[in-house]
Design a protein around this ligand. Structure first.
Ligand code: ADP
Ligand code: ADP
Length: 216
């Protein structure tokens, strides 16, 4: 339950670009790993395959069997919906009854510290706040697997640092399996228990480092 397993994974795009070669990686249930590496080494491609948004050319990808939560760089909020309506979006698509939607939305919005902003539209929020709305929206489905693709990439350094701390506390007591893609090694070490390093074109795994816990 909730584990991720890639074996001999390769990806060649239609235009001939080989993005991944021979990627073997297992993320155990309840583990939160980071993937770091330079731009273009295939990190996003790997995450998209994990998410089922893309298929590998060779090898196999097995990713849990329940709901997967995504948090991507662009906060992907609907600009005509306010915070509350954006947070309820995925639950609406899943047909969650209104009463449950409201309860789960209130809980998620409080967790990310946006309780007082539910009637605000995305354009009235800062970048950091929009990202927190995205995180709240993903939390409402209580996914067993969370995939983060450079979620803080577009934010300034101070906001990034603050969100790192917030994310750590929001997720601290939740049993979930996570994959976090970043090119920021400090972020990787701060947030995860294992850092996997990718490099090259096509991207392969160079090695990995365990992060001793608790990290101060
Ligand atoms: P990263 O996330 O590490 O920056 P990506 O996974 O986005 O790397 O990209 C890996 C390589 O695959 C890059 O050379 C990129 O240009 C290429 N690539 C990514 N998506 C596509 C696509 N849809 N079609 C062709 N090439 C792609
Ligand atoms: P950024 O750093 O991207 O501008 P922040 O999350 O820091 O984003 O929010 C910007 C402004 O909104 C700050 O002045 C901050 O004090 C305020 N703000 C953010 N979240 C809250 C909150 N939960 N309650 C009150 N003010 C907030």
């Amino acid at each position: 339950r909730g584990s991720i397993d890639f074996s001999g994974l390769g990806k060649v795009f239609g235009n001939g670009t080989q993005a991944l070669r021979d990627v073997d990686l297992t993320v155990n249930s309840g583990e939160f790993i980071s993937i770091v590496g330079p731009s273009g080494c295939g990190k996003s491609t790997l995450l998209r395959i994990a998410a089922g948004l893309d298929v590998p050319t060779t090898g196999t990808s097995r990713v849990g069997d329940g709901v997967i939560g995504f948090v991507f760089q662009e906060a992907t909020l609907l600009h005509w919906r306010n915070v509350a309506q954006n947070v309820e979006l995925l639950m609406e698509l899943q047909g969650v009854p209104k009463k449950d939607r409201i309860e789960r939305r209130e809980e998620a919005v409080d967790l990310v510290g946006l309780g007082g902003f539910q009637r605000h539209l995305p354009k009235q929020l800062s970048g950091g706040m929009k990202m927190r709305v995205s995180i709240a929206r993903a939390l409402t489905l209580n996914p067993e697997i969370f995939l983060f693709d450079e979620p803080f990439g577009a934010l300034d350094e101070l906001t990034r640092e603050r969100l790192n701390t917030e994310v750590t506390s929001v997720f601290a007591n939740r049993p979930f399996t996570g994959m976090f893609v970043t090119h920021n090694i400090f972020e990787a070490v701060f947030l995860s228990t294992r850092v996997v390093v990718m490099s090259g074109r096509p991207g392969t795994i160079l090695g990995e480092v365990e992060v001793p816990l608790p990290f101060p």
